[in-house]
Design a protein around this ligand. Structure first.
Ligand code: F6R
Length: 241
């Protein structure tokens, strides 16, 4: 893992957006893996700025998002589809037909997950995957587990993730209890991974990811074995290193 520490979330956003821009400049038909949550917001803002300035053209790009809440319509304000439209896709020029977000209301969620894996494969695999990390070490909605070999599938959210995500909902009761999520196996196949963490509340998970044993109880620890992972941290998230 290559680890870099920055002074602010904004500086991380600039560095991460520059990596995305470099990826797309080098390979205009890149397949990008995208995440939701608070962490990538400065990155997406900066990607939009680079696009507006004419520095990068996303018209040849295909995207796959990591996950989606099960049962939320795409029009729901807290759906990850809605989040991505608001925070990124409305501001750059990825063609809508090449944007992939798992459907939380698919009639057959298991089939939706199999089709999603197949679509990633058919697109040639993910070139650059951005990840956040949960306070419990999760990546996407891969919660602490006993195995790493998971593919895109239906998952149950842990109480810690429900508590962490309730800030976006009126109450914890409204947070969906299940999601559809790319698996650790699906994420690990990305050619390059960019993990971002900001804030002291992530310090324990970041330490376990980097210095702990490679153990599915800290899902992000698998990244110690990935051949090309870059980790961007602020001083809070890097506190315990
Ligand atoms: C989001 C995702 C999650 C988040 C993680 C951190 O698509 O897959 O793993 O990256 O929960 O969330 P934030 O950035 O809100 O702290």
């Amino acid at each position: 893992m290559k680890i870099h520490v920055y002074e602010s979330a904004q500086a991380i956003g600039q560095a991460a957006a520059a990596l995305f821009a470099a990826q797309v400049l080098a390979k205009p038909n890149s397949v990008l893996g995208l995440a939701t949550g608070s962490t990538p917001v400065p990155t997406y803002r900066e990607m939009a700025r680079l696009y507006e300035q004419g520095a990068v053209d996303f018209s040849g790009v295909t995207t796959f998002n990591l996950d989606e809440y099960l049962g939320l319509e795409r029009s729901h304000a807290q759906s990850y589809y809605h989040f991505m439209q608001e925070n990124l896709f409305q501001h750059i020029n990825v063609p809508q037909e090449r944007i992939h977000v798992l459907k939380g209301t698919a009639p057959d969620p298991e089939q939706e997950c199999l089709d999603y894996e197949e679509a990633i494969r058919a697109a040639g695999g993910i070139d650059l995957q951005i990840l956040g990390i949960g306070n419990n070490g999760h990546i996407a909605f891969n919660e602490p587990d006993t195995v790493f070999s998971t593919q895109t599938r239906v998952v149950n959210l842990t109480e810690s993730t429900i508590q962490a995500n309730q800030r976006f909902f009126a109450s914890a009761d409204e947070v969906p209890r299940q999601a559809v999520s790319m698996g650790i196996g699906s994420i690990f196949r990305a050619r390059r991974i960019l993990l971002i963490a900001t804030g002291e509340q992530k310090a324990g998970a970041v330490r376990a990811m980097i210095h702990g044993p490679v153990d599915p109880q800290c899902p992000a620890s698998i990244l110690q074995l990935h051949p090309d992972t870059v980790v961007l941290l602020d001083r809070g998230a890097a506190r315990d290193l």
